[in-house]
Design a protein around this ligand. Structure first.
Ligand code: KIV
Length: 265
């Protein structure tokens, strides 16, 4: 299989081929996903919740994102590798944002960055593109805006919200993003946005009309138990599988069945 590049992702949209994306935070998972043909690996700031056990993503630092991106990059051969920019790493000033995004590519070996936000990000996106930093946008339910939204709520349900999201999508495309995550948007609106753009949209909780889909790997595998949003499909119940394996190990250690002679030197 050949390397998934940004031009290749754009071609997928023009050929109406759906794009698959999953989060990865470490080498071992990234290797499995990459070897099985995932198109895009996202080092998501969701790691603040599923890896670090925080209540939301706000406290994740730039250094932590760079660390996890570097781990994932060591296993990434075919997939495109995009890394989330954490809260406050790109909002304070344009210069600081360019530097921080550059560090994620320079030290984290990401191939692009993902920014949550609407049309207000257009000047930054244009500047990043000028220095060679490709940007994936993210609109709709923006997890870093959890307090402003009053929880993780579906966005764009009324006419004004719908207009704003359509405007945001158009402005971000014009500014130069290469793909756009649509999170927590009614399926009809997400399909409308997807049809109105030349760049691919990647949906999460936004229905089947997007050009691709993304899920958090720990949700898909049934490892993260704290939340189970309606849009998550669990393709495995690893929490149970791992619990059984650990229980068997503990019993074998306690009864002296592990290690056997074959497992000893
Ligand atoms: O942080 C994350 O995992 C995301 C999602 C789009 C899955 O941004």
């Amino acid at each position: 299989m050949k390397k998934i590049t940004i031009p290749e992702l754009l071609k997928k949209k023009s050929r109406a081929e759906k794009i698959s994306m999953l989060t990865a935070y470490d080498y071992s998972f990234a290797k499995i996903l990459d070897q099985n043909g995932i198109d895009i690996l996202l080092v998501g700031d969701s790691l603040g919740m599923v890896v670090q056990g925080r209540r939301n993503t706000l406290a994740v630092t730039l250094e932590e994102m760079i660390y996890h991106s570097r781990c994932v990059s060591r296993a990434t051969r075919q997939a495109h590798l995009v890394c989330d920019m954490p809260f406050l790493s790109y909002q304070a000033s344009l210069d600081e944002a360019v530097k921080n995004c550059g560090l994620v590519m320079k030290k984290g070996h990401a191939e692009s960055v993902k920014l949550e936000g609407g049309e207000e990000l257009a000047p930054l996106i244009a500047r990043l593109k000028n220095v060679g930093i490709p940007v994936m946008g993210h609109i709709g339910l923006k997890p870093t805006h959890v307090h402003l939204m009053g929880g993780y709520k579906i966005q764009g349900r009324d006419a004004q919200g719908e207009r704003q999201l359509l405007n945001d999508a158009k402005a971000l495309e014009k500014a130069g993003i290469y793909a756009l995550v649509l999170e927590g948007i009614p399926a009809k609106l997400a399909a409308k946005i997807s049809k109105s753009l030349k760049i691919p949209t990647i949906g999460i909780g936004s229905g089947a009309g997007c050009d691709g889909q993304v899920l958090v790997i720990y949700d898909l595998l049934g490892l993260y138990q704290d939340l189970k949003p309606k849009f998550v499909r669990r393709y495995a119940e690893l929490h149970q599988t791992v619990s059984e394996a650990i229980g068997n190990y503990i019993r074998d250690v306690q009864s002296g069945k592990f290690p056997s002679e074959e497992e000893s030197f």
